[in-house]
Design a binder for this molecule. Structure first.
Ligand code: UDP
Ligand code: MG
Length: 328
């Protein structure tokens, strides 16, 4: 059995060597045949130089792909999965927040026949506010999305070959991998681990990107928000009809009544706001359709040490290439 480790790296020069040493030490101890698939996501620091050096030193077991610019972690994971040739693939961060020691346990569970082995981080040591917001978010979102999203579950997981092939068969441009992982299903197990602090370098997440990520989660996997818009519209229309009846009846009994501009103003402004919100929501979906129809590649490759898979410098599009074998 051969194990592939997929590692998306963006500006990780400070930690990449340490990661490489730690992971090799762990895998050697486990006595498995492995390859490391690094993806340099358009780093601006010396990450690519370090990857080149690693590839030279440990030729056979190190592959790297370097993007022409920063395409985001999702694209990095996709490139790594395409690159991986192993019978099982582990996806990990480069910053050593995902303890390599857990791979042994993952392999054990994989041998028991599971296809997705997920390491779920506990929120110990996180800021309380952040934890509370995350909990609330997941509680709300699971009412609204079609796939189940779990708090603390990230990209750190082992995937069997058929799970990887299932992921690769999904050509969509907007890749919300948490949702994709959950969507493919298969035999899944989860275990908890204590989150480690980042070894070096800094996190790429800002508060704004977390909010955007949250929106992606809500919209990527279903059209229930659109359904909600319809329900709100129906509720408001019913209230308006009822109110019209009340006002008319009152006017017939007591004669017309002029005051009430506050009610009017509140209704106009409130409804205007709600309409903008729903328009924005619809716009989000249309924007996604727009991006999907372009069928652009998910990433562009600038450099790699495995030219056979990315010969043209451009990823093969799934539409043009029917099977994985032909792609290679
Ligand atoms: N990453 C990436 N592209 C990006 C941002 C991040 O490939 O645009 C990688 C990064 O190098 C790291 C992993 O994704 O290996 C997780 O990033 P980070 O540690 O910043 O996120 P956090 O652990 O804080 O959620
Ligand atoms: Mg991290």
């Amino acid at each position: 059995m051969r194990l592939s480790i997929v590692v998306p790296c963006y500006n990780e020069e400070a930690v990449i060597d340490r990661f490489d040493a730690r992971i090799r030490e762990t895998l050697d101890a486990l006595n498995v045949d492995y390859e490391l698939c690094y993806v340099d996501d358009g780093s601006r620091d010396g990450t690519l130089d370090k990857l080149r050096a690693l590839a030279v030193n440990r030729e056979a077991s190190t592959r790297y792909v370097s993007f022409s610019r920063n395409f985001g972690k999702e694209a990095g994971i996709l490139a790594g999965l395409r690159e991986a040739t192993g019978d099982a693939v582990v996806i990990m961060d480069a910053d050593l927040q995902h303890p390599p020691e857990l791979i042994g346990k993952m392999l054990e569970l994989h041998r028991d026949g599971h296809d997705q082995i997920i390491a779920r981080r506990t929120r110990e040591g996180d800021k309380r506010l952040r934890t509370a917001i995350s909990r609330l978010y997941y509680r709300v979102i699971n009412k609204w999305v079609d796939v189940e999203l779990t708090d603390g579950v990230g990209d750190f997981r082992l995937l069997s070959r058929r799970a990887v092939d299932a992921l690769l068969s999904m050509p969509e441009y907007n890749r919300f991998s948490k949702g994709l992982f959950s969507w493919i299903g298969f035999d899944t197990v989860t275990f908890d681990y204590r989150n480690a602090a980042r070894e070096a370098g800094e996190t790429k997440w800002r508060f704004g990107s977390l909010v955007n990520y949250g929106m992606d989660g809500l919209i990527s996997f279903n059209n229930r928000p659109l359904r909600l818009a319809i329900y709100i519209g129906m509720a408001l229309a019913s209230i308006a009809a009822l109110y019209a009846v009340v006002v008319t009846v009152l006017a017939m009994i007591e004669g017309p009544d002029a005051p009430g501009y506050v009610t009017l103003l509140v209704a106009v402004v409130g409804l205007g706001g709600l309409q903008m919100l729903m328009l924005g929501l619809i716009g989000e979906y249309i924007g996604r359709i727009y991006y999907e129809t372009k069928q652009r590649p998910h990433f562009l490759v600038k450099e790699t040490n495995t030219p056979r898979s990315f010969a043209a410098g451009v990823e093969a599009t799934e539409h043009a290439v029917p099977s994985r074998l032909e792609m290679r």
